[in-house]
Design a protein around this ligand. Structure first.
Ligand SMILES: [Ca+2]
Ligand SMILES: [Ca+2]
Length: 418
């Protein structure tokens, strides 16, 4: 991959302590001011706006569609509830009756909670879906569940099969994203375990699942454990857990595959200075080391560690923490592949949890070729950014994008502004 273009975005740092800070920690020092780069949209960039489609949720932090259900979006609440947003009909509405409620077995301390959901490709026939959450001990749990055959709008509460369990040394940096790749494999993002500065060096520890993206084969269906795909990059290397797809990650809270190209985009939350977005082309065979804790984004972070004997992949984009809105925790998004905003096609839309800012990037052959700050267009007169405590984006079956506020309990769709 060609060396990425790096451009600093934001300015100085402030203090923090949001209720849920996805991977951030207290400041060690104030980063020096950086230049603001020109982020004017290209002349042909579309006018867009946010349309509220749900409100009154309790800490929404993810959303996804189920294959075969074009008019539904499943929304996660941190405490362990999944709700259904009905997109069809004259009015979008949030079903009151939850699809799933496992709040009795979910820990919500710090960054813990129900963090991820992915539906099997054959969900309509199999009823299978996968969830990622922290149990009451704080352990990471990856589980398979099925829908209630008698009521397709409810999960079968007794159907849970735990596929993977991982001890969590601290309550933060638990990762979150769970999604199927274009290869039909299930990908799970786990953070470095938590605290600050990755004290256990999990990001660079091949024998740990922490600080990694995992790639699992769950095609065995109900009653079968996951298996390790034979073409995972470290299969046969005894130093590595074979589940590992890529490593050197701090907290890959949200990542996604471009549904048109299969490229992988990862938002990896930074420590005190730099937030980053990583890019792996669809042709990647895995094995990328994204550098943490040797580097924070493209910058040396820990010079005491022995130098890894593999190349470290720098982000395609990074931005400095701080700025007028206090950017501090990247929230990875999606490449827009919907049909309603043709001018947004091919742009990667992502944001910052703390500042509520939203940006868009465009790449060509793995090189950043353009960036746009969408915040002024989307925020209006708000001084809380475009979406305060921007926990996640979501993509519906048609590729339209949504974005949600953890603190406000609101969900918005990104629409053309005509
Ligand atoms: Ca943790
Ligand atoms: Ca990195």
């Amino acid at each position: 991959m060609a060396p990425p273009t790096i451009r600093p975005l934001a300015l100085f740092s402030l203090c923090l302590t949001p209720a849920l800070l996805l991977g951030g920690v207290a400041l060690a020092q104030e980063p020096a001011p950086a230049e603001i780069v020109d982020q004017e949209p290209p002349v042909d960039f579309p006018k867009i706006k946010l349309t509220q489609v749900a409100k009154g949720m309790t800490q929404p932090l993810y959303g996804t569609a189920a294959p075969g259900q074009p008019e539904r979006l499943y929304l996660l609440e941190k405490a362990g509830v999944i709700k259904v947003l009905e997109l069809g009909g004259p009015r979008i509405r949030l079903r009151e009756q939850p699809f799933l409620n496992i709040s009795k077995k979910v820990s919500t301390r710090s960054e813990r909670g129900l963090l991820g959901l992915a539906f099997a490709a054959d969900y309509v026939s199999s009823g299978i879906f996968y969830i990622h959450y922290n149990n009451l001990e704080g352990d990471t749990i990856l589980a398979r569940m099925t829908v209630d055959p008698a009521d397709r709008l409810r999960a079968h509460s007794e159907s849970e099969e735990i596929l993977l369990q991982q001890k969590q040394p601290w309550a933060n940096h638990d990762g979150g994203e769970l999604c199927f790749g274009p290869d039909g494999m299930l990908y799970l993002g786990l953070g470095d375990g938590g605290a600050a500065n990755d004290p256990q060096n999990n990001g660079q520890k091949p024998g740990s699942l922490l600080g990694k993206i995992l790639r699992l084969n769950v095609s065995g269906g109900v009653g079968s454990p996951y298996t390790v795909p034979e073409d995972n990059p470290f299969v046969g290397d005894n130093d590595f857990r074979p589940e590992i797809w890529s490593w050197g990650l701090r907290n890959p809270w949200r990542f996604s595959f471009d549904r048109e190209t299969g490229d992988l985009w990862i938002g990896d939350v930074g420590q005190n200075k730099w937030e980053e977005v990583n890019f792996a082309p669809a042709s990647s065979m895995g094995g990328e080391n994204y550098g943490w804790r040797v580097r924070e984004a493209a910058h040396l972070f820990n010079n005491k560690d022995p130098k890894p004997d593999v190349p470290l992949i720098d982000p395609i984009f990074e931005y400095r923490q701080g700025g007028p809105l206090n950017a501090r925790s990247v929230t990875g998004g999606y490449v827009y592949r919907g049909s309603k905003i043709p001018g947004l096609h091919g742009w990667y839309v992502f944001g910052d949890y703390v500042s509520g800012q939203i940006w868009a990037l465009k790449q060509e052959n793995g090189e950043l070729i353009d960036e746009v700050d969408l915040t002024p267009m989307l925020a209006g007169k708000s001084d809380r950014g475009a979406v305060p405590s921007l926990a996640s984006f979501a993509e519906d079956a048609g590729g339209e994008l949504y974005v949600m506020s953890l603190s406000d309990g609101t969900v918005y769709r990104i629409d053309a502004d005509r």
